[in-house]
Design a protein around this ligand. Structure first.
Ligand SMILES: Nc1ncnc2c1ncn2[C@@H]1O[C@H](COP(=O)(O)OP(=O)(O)OP(=O)(O)O)[C@@H](O)[C@H]1O
Ligand SMILES: [Mg+2]
Length: 264
């Protein structure tokens, strides 16, 4: 596709590019006069396609309001290439990454973000799925101040062969839990809790606790979690525990929400 040109998918009026990342391209579009965010994934393998569609269906059936609703999805040939597309509820607002480029979050805002993402992770884990790429760029703040987790890892199946070849694992370097990096098969929801711990640390301190280096994550060389003016001891301690090297020492998502006053 020519950069800047918008693809054509029957039923959608494409409006603008929202993002282009490692796993897909995201566009703002109109679907039956409703604004949607439509994400396109290039496909390579048949098995990958089936798995992605099953996963999208499983997550849609969850009906969780902790991530954008899925209107519809399908497969089409777009600019000569077969693509899976998924049309999501359009979220007004900006990413946490954009927000953090100007300021840190208050105690209240950080709690609200941690509760929203913990609930999302908990809903996913109820069907034994993990997000696998929690980071500020994959969390959005709505105009009413609430937060929502985006960019669920549907495309991981498309990368399965590439991953096996390289021995690499999914996620963003600097945010991948140590156990996931070394033994992907055994990682649990606690790996998502770890990535959320890093994201929460960045919200409070304005810096990355492992200086964005996966090597430091593996070696457990975390910057200290020190008192900060205006940030409660409880929040500080919860973030410190989420960053524990051993997953067993990290809280479960429902424990995080319980401590931070957001139990459901
Ligand atoms: N449902 C949505 N509503 C509004 N904007 C969205 C929505 N989903 C994604 N976006 C915007 O598109 C950008 C990219 O989306 P997303 O994170 O899903 O893909 P990506 O980062 O390009 O992919 P990857 O992280 O796999 O490389 C987001 O940062 C956000 O600005
Ligand atoms: Mg993303």
């Amino acid at each position: 596709m020519i950069d800047g040109a918008l693809p054509t998918i029957p039923g959608f009026t494409m409006q603008s590019v929202l993002g282009k990342g490692g796993q897909g391209r995201v566009y703002e579009a109109l679907y039956k006069d409703m604004p949607v965010a439509i994400k396109l994934y290039d496909t390579d393998t048949e098995i990958g396609v089936k798995r992605v569609l099953l996963e999208v269906d499983a997550i849609r059936s969850l009906g969780s309001d902790c991530f954008p609703g899925i209107f519809c999805y399908g497969i089409d040939t777009v600019e000569g290439r077969e693509c899976i597309w998924v049309a999501f509820e359009f979220i007004e607002g900006c990413t946490l990454k954009d927000l953090l480029s100007t300021r840190c979050l208050s105690d209240d805002a950080a709690r609200s973000m941690m509760i929203a993402v913990s609930n999302a992770v908990s809903d996913l884990w109820s069907i034994r799925k993990r997000h696998r790429d929690i980071k500020p760029g994959n969390i959005m703040q709505k105009p009413d101040g609430t937060f929502i987790l985006i960019d669920l890892g549907y495309a991981k199946h498309l990368d399965a062969e590439k991953l096996t070849e390289t021995g690499w694992c999914l996620g963003t370097p600097g945010y991948i839990a140590p156990e996931e990096f070394s033994r992907r098969a055994n990682a649990t929801v606690k790996a998502d809790v770890f990535s959320l711990g890093i994201t929460s640390y960045e919200c409070i301190y304005g810096v990355h606790p492992f200086q964005r280096k996966q090597r430091r994550v593996i070696d457990g060389r975390c910057l200290p979690v020190e008192p900060v003016k205006g940030i409660s001891e409880e929040l500080r301690r919860t973030i410190a525990e989420m960053l524990s090297h051993d997953p067993l020492d990290r809280p479960m998502p429902h424990e995080i929400t319980g401590r931070l006053g957001g139990g459901r």
